[in-house]
Design a protein around this ligand. Structure first.
Ligand SMILES: Nc1ncnc2c1ncn2[C@@H]1O[C@H](COP(=O)(O)OP(=O)(O)O)[C@@H](O)[C@H]1O
Ligand SMILES: O=C(CO)[C@@H](O)[C@H](O)COP(=O)(O)O
Length: 556
């Protein structure tokens, strides 16, 4: 039995633009939330929204020192608000998916010898063989995607094996490129962590194993067995890669050990505090919010649409247009996912260019146009997109608003007030046009949409979600669902230690945190379904010309 009385469970989420902490009590009530925003709180790193764009085409990285300094500052903020670290019985969390951290040969000794008198930044630079970590926005590895697909028989074969065809942001392709362009860095890397396994490594004072749901975002793990695939490991990193990525991926809720004495001495953690695997931010959101019949829409920096697939006798199909991930807590269960890079940052660009940098004006323009936007459409890809693959730039169209079958025509400009509805409609119609394909066969119709992430704070966007997806739309008490999922995973590890094992469902009794309905659909479902053919025509045109035209965020 853990000696921690009135236990609390800590969930951390290291996402693109910030790190967040959520503390929950045993009955899953949130007792504390805090965050550190990279651009605002750590401006000396000079990132754009937490990332560096370039120098090579498509390259996007984040400095590992910034993540460490953010962790130090987050702990300080928690302490300043009176958090009693000694009550934390377990810690887990989540990270932006796919991002990778490269540890040097000195890292084991440096982690083990963490000095409680110093911040975590003491690990920089020598514990790392690479100071800038590739993150999920990176699109520099198209060559490696094709090579990895070729190694196992093509894109569909790779999807069948790993749950996804070759994707630029997936960690296997990232590792493969680093090995090609910087063999010295690759050879100097003793261990390679995901963002999600980097975090528990800090708590353990040794390298943590990678967790199965997040390992699904690497193109290296067999999606049905949750074991590394040797052909892919070899194709991505040669025979040395197995040692660098560590043991076979582990299930969420695994007891990895207790916190290193650094945390006890510096912050007052209990020496009994359990460290559990962190997962990806999207799987953590599923842990926090998903019930059968729900669709999840995460409106963070990326936009992701998630469906939980329970274990079934027939394994789910894998597609080259969506992802299948292992479920973090339920063996045999999966998560289907669509992911878009041009979510929040693309909407912010529209807000800044056409709405006086104000969400109020953005919302007014969005609400003042009817469904179909008077025939104006816009698809906005300031960075190279995932769906449709590799498109870049801004594409505006005009069509006869009364004739839904009329061919939309490319245009150089649309009224500035038409942009907010154009971007929200194109982003959500893109998802809507793909939902039927990823719903597991024989699944009951979806009952509700659960939204989370930064833009779920926006009432007008919430109403657009309800209307366009044709579902009552719900939110949890916190919009930080990924950190909440992390806290629940921490509780799961503690509960298993108390009970000598058990399933997540046994622990939760199927209960989810309280949800509030934030919007009911106000227009018939057919209204937006009728816009799908026009949307598809626009998308086809974008795919035809999209990779040839310019766009892009400023490079650092
Ligand atoms: N009121 C709002 N309306 C629309 N978008 C918003 C609003 N508030 C925040 N956001 C969006 O939320 C984004 C951040 O989402 P968040 O989930 O915190 O990011 P991440 O977890 O990926 O770092 C911002 O980039 C911003 O565009
Ligand atoms: O690449 C993906 C999922 O495949 C992204 O969803 C990342 O996981 C980043 O998440 P956010 O910072 O947008 O929450």
């Amino acid at each position: 039995m853990s000696p921690v009385s009135s236990p609390l469970f800590l969930g951390l989420d290291l996402s693109t633009q910030q790190i967040k902490a959520v503390l929950i009590s045993q009955d899953a009530v949130i007792t504390h939330e805090s965050s550190v925003r990279f651009s605002e709180d750590l401006p000396h790193y000079s990132t754009t929204n937490g990332a560096y764009y370039g120098p090579d085409k498509g390259e996007v990285t984040s400095p590992v020192a910034m993540w460490l300094e953010a962790m130090d500052l987050l702990m300080q903020r928690m302490k300043d608000t009176g958090v009693d670290f000694s009550r934390i019985a377990a810690v887990s969390g989540s990270g932006q998916q796919h991002g990778s951290v490269y540890w040097s040969h000195e890292s084991d000794a440096m982690l083990d010898g963490l000095d409680p008198a110093e911040p975590l930044l003491q690990l920089c630079p020598h514990a790392f063989s690479k100071q800038r970590c590739p993150i999920w926005q990176d699109s520099s590895t198209t060559r490696e995607c094709r090579e990895l697909e070729h190694a196992v028989g093509g894109p569909q074969a790779l999807a069948d094996l790993t749950g996804s065809r070759g994707y630029e942001r997936f960690t296997g392709t990232q590792i493969k490129r680093i090995r090609r362009i910087a063999p010295d860095i690759y050879n100097a890397s003793a261990h390679i962590s995901l963002v999600s396994s980097f975090m528990p490594s800090l708590f353990l004072g040794k390298i943590a194993p990678i967790e199965i749901a997040d390992a699904s975002g690497m193109n290296l793990m067999n999606i049905m067995t949750s074991k590394w695939n040797d052909v892919l490991l070899d194709a991505a990193g040669g025979s040395e890669l197995r040692a660098k990525v560590g043991p076979e991926p582990v299930l969420g809720g695994t007891h990895l050990g207790t916190v290193h004495c650094y945390w006890v001495k510096r912050w007052g953690f209990s020496p009994e505090c359990i460290v559990a695997p962190f997962t990806g931010d999207n799987p953590a959101t599923v842990v926090a919010l998903s019930a059968p019949g729900d669709a999840l829409l995460s409106l963070g920096t990326s936009t992701t649409y998630l469906l939980s697939i329970p274990p079934a006798s027939t394994p789910p199909k894998c597609f080259t247009t969506s992802h299948l991930l292992a479920h973090p807590t339920t063996p045999g269960a999966h998560i289907a996912m669509l992911c878009y890079k041009n979510g929040a940052l693309a909407r912010e660009q529209v807000r800044d260019r056409f709405c006086h940098a104000s969400w109020t004006a953005f919302n007014q323009y969005l609400e003042s146009a009817p469904p179909g936007n008077n025939g104006y459409s816009g698809l906005y890809f300031p960075i190279e997109e995932i769906i449709p693959p590799n498109v870049l730039g801004e594409f505006l169209f005009k069509a006869d608003p009364k004739d839904l079958n009329a061919l939309p025509e490319r245009t150089d400009a649309i009224p500035h007030t038409a942009h907010p509805r154009a971007i929200v409609e194109s982003q959500f119609l893109s998802i809507l046009s793909r939902v039927a394909a990823i719903l597991p066969s024989g699944a009951a119709p979806l009952q509700r949409l659960v939204i989370t992430g930064g833009a779920s704070a926006n009432e007008t966007i919430r109403r657009a979600c309800a209307d366009m997806f044709g579902l009552p739309t719900y939110m949890c008490a916190t919009k930080e669902a990924a950190a909440m999922g992390g806290a629940l995973l921490a509780k799961f590890a503690w509960w298993r230690a108390q009970n000598g094992g058990g399933t997540y469902e046994e622990m939760s009794g199927g209960e989810l945190p309280g949800m509030t309905c934030v919007a009911e659909p106000k227009v018939p479902r057919e209204t937006y379904e009728a816009l799908l053919p026009r949307y598809r025509l626009c998308e086809e045109e974008v795919v035809r010309v999209g990779t040839l035209e310019g766009g892009g965020l400023p490079t650092n």
